[in-house]
Design a protein around this ligand. Structure first.
Ligand code: HEM
Length: 541
């Protein structure tokens, strides 16, 4: 500290002031009294300035956002909650420590953001410095560190975002409507034939849309290899959220099989070939199909075609390869889990189902299925979708960002390199925004006086700033098609036991990186013969 020039001069000043005072006392000093007093005032002012500066520095150093009690060496490592309850525990902590609190684990500061206002201020308005991602060793290991969702903020990330923008911008996604509608019809037919299988059928719908859009590959059966890749990726994503030995050093990849942590690393190693296959093999297939003239419309074909005739750009090709692989992985589990949570919500809320059906009958009629042209007029159906997203968000903890510069928020220091976690669960429970926040009430989003006129900011589910979901408009289309068509033709109700009594549904949620339900049963039946005929007809088109 003594070495700082300001502190040095302050030190000299105190020293001379001390000597001068002594000299004045002895009446031996040559300065006149007036000079002495002005010097003393000047010294005092400078001293105050130095004191204020030091206090500010200290304040900046100390003023991380508040945090729960921590251990001396390992910080909050011991109190980090289990992923299953993390969103809710963070929410509880936010009531005690404020809407922005901090956690420390060795080598990392974590900032948890619990209000939409704070997330908007940091992740949206200051997105120029809040758009990096933390390195996650698992993804590095499987060769996905530069895939758009994990990529550091920089030119290669921007390049992939541009590919997404060109393929999935608001005004472009209509190109994929026929794929979404066809897959939705397959889902309806599946529900008609095997209603108890709604979980796998929802999974197939989600997978079917993204594999065709990514690569032009149509999923024809539940044994399609894409499903196992999707499951493995989901498992890695779950593990990737936790600190691992690989984060400390890549040498831990060579742990002997009996060592703690080795099983996880073994799983990652075994999974690498699957992940390579998504990135390379599917890309190669499309290249071959393009040569044969058999390629279907897809993200990969579209971008390769755009590059056709131009000088070969290996970085562009790498961006297309990784970008396509990410469509499958980012858009698969999210859409699938959303649909199952939607079915659970309808099972628990027959009144909402009935209201949505009345709207569908009024707007669409009974002779056809709803389509994208009806979307604007199906206001209540859209409220149901929004309320499912809010009631039990698929990603109750948003994808972490990383801050690239030191920053100050409300007088609190956000250090460069900190991981910033948006706690979506807490945003959706903000009482000031959502009345009876824990209840499922789609009408909250209807305008007054019919509803409560509450507003759902899109960032709550699609993310923030320069990392906002790059497939949002596509995903919104998939959710709308599947939800509106299911509601138009099916009734979802509790099953009955042998004595004809309704089995009261109990829905339990599992949270890993995304939220899903534990298996539950329900009765999904066509509303009537007319609805059954419509389902069968729509699958013959
Ligand atoms: C229900 C469906 C979906 C939900 C709820 C969802 C949600 C999200 C969220 C919360 C993020 C993180 C945003 C942030 O970091 O602030 C994200 C990122 C992303 N999503 Fe989605 N998503 C869905 C479907 C899709 C689909 C279908 C695609 C592909 C077409 C997709 C592609 C991406 C990509 C590429 C990113 C990374 C963006 C980046 O880091 O720059 N998502 N999504």
């Amino acid at each position: 500290m003594i070495s700082s020039p300001v502190t040095q001069s302050a030190f000299q000043l105190i020293w001379s002031w001390f000597h001068m005072s002594r000299a004045r006392k002895n009446i031996q000093y040559i300065y006149r009294a007036e000079e002495m007093s002005s010097l003393t005032i000047l010294g005092g002012i400078l001293l105050c300035a130095v004191a204020v500066r030091l206090a500010l520095r200290k304040r900046l150093r100390l003023c991380l956002p508040p945090s729960p009690p921590a251990d001396v060496l390992i910080g909050h490592l011991r109190v980090l909650p289990d992923p299953q309850v993390t969103p809710e525990v963070f929410y509880k902590w936010s009531l005690k420590y404020g809407d922005v609190f901090s956690l420390s684990v060795p080598g990392k500061t974590i900032i948890v953001v619990n209000s939409e206002k704070a997330a908007n201020e940091l992740l949206e308005k200051r997105s120029a410095i809040y758009s990096d991602r933390a390195r996650m060793a698992y993804y590095d290991y499987i060769g996905w560190k530069d895939a758009v969702i994990f990529a550091p903020y920089g030119p290669f990330h921007a390049r992939q975002r541009k590919l997404y923008q060109d393929a999935f911008g608001k005004n472009v996604v209509s190109e994929y409507r026929s794929i979404q509608e066809r897959e939705a019809n397959t889902l309806l037919k599946g529900l008609l034939d095997e209603p108890a299988n709604f979980d796998s059928l929802s999974k197939r719908f989600a997978g079917g849309v993204v594999t065709e859009i990514g690569y032009g590959h149509r999923i024809d059966s539940f044994t399609d290899g894409f499903f196992s890749v999707g499951d493995r990726f989901a498992k890695i994503a779950g593990m990737g959220a936790n600190p691992s030995l690989l984060d400390l050093h890549p040498i831990f990849a060579y742990l002997p099989s009996w060592a703690p942590g080795a099983a996880t690393i073994k799983f990652i190693k075994e999974t690498k070939p699957f992940m390579d296959a998504i990135v390379h093999d599917n890309h190669k297939k499309v290249v071959q199909q393009m040569k044969n003239g058999t390629a279907r419309l897809s993200f990969t074909a579209k971008h390769l075609e755009a590059a056709f005739g131009k000088e070969h750009d290996s970085e562009e090709e790498r961006a297309v390869r990784l970008g396509a692989a990410m469509i499958f992985t980012a858009g698969f589990e999210t859409t699938w889990h959303f649909l199952v949570i939607f079915i659970a919500a309808m099972l628990l809320h027959p009144d909402a189902q009935q209201k949505a059906r009345e709207e569908l009958d009024r707007v669409v009629g009974r002779d056809r299925l709803p389509d994208f042209n009806d979307r604007e007029s199906l206001q209540y159906v859209q409220c149901v979708i929004n309320e499912v997203l809010r009631w039990n968000p698929v990603n109750p903890i948003g994808f972490p960002h990383r801050v690239m510069e030191d920053d100050v928020y409300n007088g609190m220091h956000i250090p460069k390199g900190a991981i910033v976690i948006p706690n979506t669960r807490a945003f959706t429970w903000e009482q000031s925004k959502f009345h009876d926040a824990k209840l499922f009430k789609p009408q909250r989003f209807l305008p007054k006086p019919e509803g409560s006129g509450e507003v759902l900011p899109p960032s709550l589910f699609w993310g923030w700033g320069r990392r906002v979901c790059a497939g949002r408009y596509l995903a919104e289309g998939s959710l709308f098609t599947a939800v509106s068509r299911i509601l138009a033709v099916f009734t979802i109700s509790p099953l009955k036991d042998a004595k004809g009594h309704l089995i009261q549904p109990e829905i339990k949620f599992i949270t890993n990186t995304s939220r899903h339900t534990e298996p539950f049963t329900c009765n999904i039946q066509p509303r009537d013969v007319r609805a059954r005929d419509l389902i069968i007809e729509s699958c013959q088109d």
